[in-house]
Ligand binder design. Structure first.
Ligand code: C5P
Length: 235
């Protein structure tokens, strides 16, 4: 892998803290992930501030609406210079196609990823919303639909990397949260993998939040994570 696969999740409503963290990690990570917490607090202005720091930005917006509305939102994000954003695969083929097509007018079209099944949903939750299939089966089904729609890849839990890679082939981007260096605090993450295991399983981008943002020296923590990936020292 040539590009730095580490994206730091800046999960904070504090704009100055996000900018400070981005600066301190600017040479140690491959990109920044901004989620709904940050985006709802700071909107496009906040997004621009972070994009101006120079690292690729992944806007974790998880759009899910009618195709026309999602296309408009996708065009706006792409125009801001976002590098990656995502939509819910359960919004359907036409919605995903519309999202991807809307990015193509931007100077550098954003990559569009699909969220398959939220990892907060277990089998019983899925059954209650009418999805009786096994979680992995549903994830693969939605990943294949995303590929058919022309999306660039999916976000999935470490547990599903192998099945998605096998079903969708080598060129489909797999982005994975739930990464913890060996021996680290799990926080609220349950289904975790070490960075080495996730890359071995086929992940292209690892989204890591607290192990970097809560570290005394975030850049040193990021470099240690990269070493784990390269040398397999955590395996
Ligand atoms: O701090 P931590 O490394 O757990 O952060 C992981 C990031 O990935 C957070 O921004 C979280 O919202 C996101 N994420 C996740 N699990 C998912 C989808 C997204 O942890 N299934």
């Amino acid at each position: 892998m040539n590009l730095n696969p580490l994206y730091v999740a800046l999960d904070t409503p504090d704009l100055e803290r996000a900018v400070t963290l981005a600066r301190s990690l600017s040479t140690a990570v491959g990109g920044i992930k901004l989620g709904l917490e940050f985006l709802s607090a700071h909107g496009p202005e906040g997004l621009r501030r972070l994009i101006d720091e120079g690292l690729p930005v992944f806007a974790d917006v998880k759009f899910h609406d009618i195709p026309n509305t999602v296309a408009g939102a996708a065009r706006a994000l792409s125009g801001l210079g976002v590098g990656i954003f995502n939509v819910h695969a359960s919004g359907g083929l036409a919605m995903m196609r519309a999202a991807k097509e809307a990015t193509l007018t931007a100077r550098t079209p954003a990559k569009v990823l699909a969220v398959t099944v939220l990892t907060s949903l277990g089998p019983e939750d899925l059954a209650r919303v009418g999805q009786g299939r096994r979680v992995e089966e549903q994830v693969v089904r939605l990943a294949l639909l995303a590929r058919e729609a022309g999306l660039d890849g999916v976000v999935c839990s470490p547990r599903e990397i192998g099945a998605v890679r096998q079903a969708c082939g080598p060129d489909f981007l797999i982005v994975t949260p739930g990464i913890r260096p060996k021996g680290a605090e799990l926080g609220d993450q349950v289904r975790v993998m070490t960075p080495f295991e996730a890359v071995q399983a086929g992940a292209d981008i690892l989204v890591v939040g607290r192990p970097l943002t809560a570290a005394k020296d975030p850049a040193a923590a990021a470099r240690a994570l990269l070493l784990e990936i390269g040398g397999g020292s955590s395996a």
